[in-house]
Ligand binder design. Structure first.
Ligand code: ZN
Ligand code: MN
Length: 417
């Protein structure tokens, strides 16, 4: 990339909320595990006279997500119609929050893989509904309305991301935080996390933003990074050749690693947004928001800092333990029994995770069959010199395979010293 230019990136992330039912009706939201078009009703297909009603669980999850991303919750917000004509929305509009979203002004501290720190603002988060799933075959397009009106939140960053590496760190931080709140699967593969990238370039020192393009169809974090790099270089080349960047929506073509024009970008005007007449404005009391705040778990960054400061764990260990909420809770529980954070950590990171890595069917903490207190007992035996730390590894392996009692394993193998 030419040194005279800088890139300005904003990311729009759609995150599916994992509620049992859809956002405006009681249809099952588990759209993929049902026969196509069996989980749809007059409300989610927008039949005349059918009225939407906000699923309270959606509001609960959306607020948890927003608080975990450091956003302010608006006491008043409203739903709006975004009008467009496309078969994936039988209503001809999407219910979203345009004029006043429920959450705004978040900040996300990020650390890139090369160790650079940055802060990325979150402009707003809006509650909205998913569309039907379109399946394009060579001759036709099939529609599955099971996904219509499955709840989404759209998280819109400020245009404060400077390069692909920061975009990657932003997405990872966002994903980790959302995962901790358990409101979503946050899986790009499963489609519960989707990302569009707004990219523009400008000469360094210029104040005004350059014309931006929006790239869609980014199916992995890696695709996001590659598309950002591609768009940056493409736009600089257009400008250097005396041309002008066209404001448009582009599609990422994974196979050829290029972006291709899809359609010239609609202006907000084209959507003819107007307040949704069938839903009341959303009013949340101070107490309601304060109550929601108390339910937010300790999040990865805070937890990591606690592990570093209180337990003096290494940066690497603290990161490994906190990336997965279940794993960090397992560590916390083990440590509450052993009062030995260093050993609790090392038995998990060096022995247990290695065993899980090699195992076929025990991949997650929740798959473990032996009792946690047995692992605590192994550490206790080592600390009281009844078991050597070399032999303790064998005991943990047996616990892992046969879910037995630590003392019995020690005695049967004549390991007690
Ligand atoms: Zn329905
Ligand atoms: Mn959206």
């Amino acid at each position: 990339m030419s040194m005279e230019y800088e890139t300005v990136i904003g990311l729009e992330v759609h995150c599916q909320l994992k509620t049992n039912t859809k956002v405006w009706c009681s249809c099952d939201a588990d759209y993929d595990n049902k026969h196509p078009n069996t989980s749809a009703c007059p409300v989610c297909t927008g039949q005349p006279g059918a009225l939407p009603k906000l699923n309270e669980k959606v509001l609960d999850y959306a607020i948890k997500a927003a608080l975990a991303l450091g956003c302010e919750i608006n006491e008043e917000s409203q739903f709006d119609r975004k009008n467009y004509f496309y078969p994936d929305s039988p209503k001809n509009y999407q219910i979203t929050q345009y004029f006043k979203p429920y959450a705004e002004n978040g900040t996300l501290k990020i650390t890139t893989n090369s160790g650079k720190e940055a802060v990325v603002g979150i402009e707003r988060i809006q509650i909205e509904e998913d569309t039907a799933k379109s399946i394009h075959t060579t001759s036709e397009t099939l529609l599955n309305y099971n996904r219509a009106s499955v709840p989404l939140i759209e998280i819109i960053s400020k245009p404060e991301i400077k390069n692909a590496e920061e975009a990657y760190a932003y997405l990872n931080t966002l994903k980790d935080r959302l995962k901790y709140t358990k409101v979503s699967d946050v899986s790009m593969e499963l489609g519960s996390l989707r990302c569009d990238a707004n990219v523009s370039v400008r000469k360094k020192g210029e104040k005004e933003l350059g014309t931006r393009t929006e790239t869609k169809n980014l199916n992995s974090f890696k695709a996001v990074m590659r598309a950002i790099e591609y768009e940056t270089n493409r736009q600089i080349e257009v400008i250097e050749n005396g041309g002008r960047v066209v404001q448009e929506t582009r599609l990422w073509d994974e196979e050829n690693a290029v972006t291709k024009p899809m359609r010239s970008k609609e202006e907000a005007m084209d959507y003819r947004y107007f307040p949704e007449p069938d839903l009341l404005p959303l009013e949340l009391s101070d107490e309601f928001i304060a109550e929601a705040r108390t339910k937010i778990p300790e999040l990865p960054i805070e937890k990591r800092i606690r592990y570093l400061n209180e337990y003096k764990l290494s940066e690497d260990d603290a990161r490994i333990l906190t990336t997965d909420r279940e794993l960090s809770e397992y560590f916390d529980e083990l440590n509450s029994l052993t009062w030995d954070p260093k050993k609790s950590c090392s038995y998990i990171t060096t022995i247990l995770l290695a065993l899980m890595n090699e195992s076929e069917n025990t991949k997650k903490i929740s798959d473990l069959k032996f009792e946690l207190k047995q692992l605590a007992r192994v550490i206790e035996l080592v600390n009281s010199d009844e078991l050597s730390s070399t032999n303790s590894k064998q005991v943990v392996e047996e616990l892992f395979m046969n879910w037995w009692d630590a003392d019995i394993i020690v005695d049967e193998n004549n390991l007690r010293q």
